[in-house]
Design a protein around this ligand. Structure first.
Ligand SMILES: Cc1cc2nc3c(=O)[nH]c(=O)nc-3n(C[C@H](O)[C@H](O)[C@H](O)COP(=O)(O)O)c2cc1C
Length: 313
């Protein structure tokens, strides 16, 4: 399991808020201010560091930490982010830190910051007024902080973290995924549309990167008509942490209208068209094109690989 450490510094709370969101999405993780860093944090695998920009510089507490811990950081996979009002300045500051760390940094993220004038200390208020007039901005509060932007950055960091996985050879992983899907026959299909989500337990049939699902109808179709994006889970019942097995599939779902295709799939499922035609109601066929499978399997770890594997189709 890759463990992430989110180290942040924040004076007025916006960077802390961003760090917390990032940590939630990157879990298993721990999110702490730099001042709480201790020896026990040294063996985390992926280090995310974030701080606000104050007067054209990274917050001094994080900058001092980076200067002090350069050697330790040089052996770690790291990413950096900042919150600020001037994005291009923020990026420039992060680039300087990156080059100072000697190319160990895997990604930089610049986030909009927040400024609430009535919360500033007298000293900060004075400094800030000067800064704002220098950059030609009005001396007033600003809210450029966007939780959506933070989530997008966290998902980017997640993709980077996944590059650190001890990977199974692709063919072997594909075989493991297919075997698991063939050994099971029940999934949960999650569909969504604006203002509505739906998780539906369903029987499925797996064939060459696709899931086929027969259904009489229901609310999932209301969602599928709005968005073809789906998430599907198939998993074993939980016993203990040593025998975890389950997968999340991301993909696109279509309702098959073509009669010949419908017939072909139904027959490959071992069903007779005649018996389907004789039913008093219509049976719809949902086709799920699997794009990405995230497979958590304790056996992978026992075999010397990461417990979590990602297969892109
Ligand atoms: C005294 C002061 C100086 C600042 N200097 C800069 C700056 O040089 N560049 C910038 O982009 N933002 C600057 N900001 C904006 C902060 O980076 C932004 O408000 C940030 O979100 C604050 O983070 P925090 O809430 O985690 O402390 C400054 C804010 C204050 C109060």
């Amino acid at each position: 399991m890759i463990r992430t450490l989110v180290l942040y510094e924040s004076r007025y709370g916006s960077t802390r808020e961003a760090a917390r969101i990032i940590s939630l999405i990157l879990g298993p993780s721990s999110c702490i201010p730099v001042s709480q860093f201790t020896e026990k944090h040294r063996d985390y695998d992926f280090i995310i560091m974030g701080a606000p920009i104050y007067m054209g510089k990274l917050h001094s507490k994080l900058q001092d930490f980076i200067d002090r811990e350069k050697e330790w950081l040089s052996g770690k996979n790291t990413v950096l982010f900042c919150t600020c009002l001037d994005g291009s300045e923020g990026l420039q500051v992060l680039r300087e830190v990156e080059s100072d760390l000697g190319g160990q940094v895997m990604e930089l993220g610049v986030l909009g910051g927040r400024l609430e004038m009535d919360r500033l200390t007298e000293e900060d208020f004075k400094i800030l007024k000067k800064y704002l007039s220098q950059v030609g901005l009005p001396p007033q509060g600003m809210d450029l902080f966007s939780p959506d932007e933070v989530v997008d950055l966290a998902l980017r960091f997640l993709d980077i973290r996944d590059t650190l996985l001890e990977r199974l050879p692709v063919e072997k992983l594909k075989e493991e995924v297919e075997n698991f899907l063939k050994e099971h026959n029940t999934c949960t299909l999650a569909t969504s549309s604006p203002g509505r989500v739906r998780a539906t337990p369903l029987e499925y049939h797996y064939c060459q990167g696709h899931l086929y699902i027969l259904s009489e109808g229901g609310v999932k179709f209301a969602n599928l008509l709005s968005s073809s994006r789906v998430s599907v889970t198939v998993y074993d019942e939980y016993k203990d942490m040593e025998s975890l097995k389950g997968m999340q599939i991301s993909g696109q779902a279509l309702v098959i209208e073509d009669v010949a295709e419908y017939q072909q799939v139904v027959e490959s499922m071992g069903l007779e068209m005649e018996s389907i035609r004789s039913l008093p109601v219509d049976l719809q066929l949902i086709w799920v094109d699997m794009e990405k499978v995230e497979f958590l399997n304790s056996q992978f770890e026992k075999d010397g690989y990461s417990i979590r594997q990602v297969l892109n189709f």
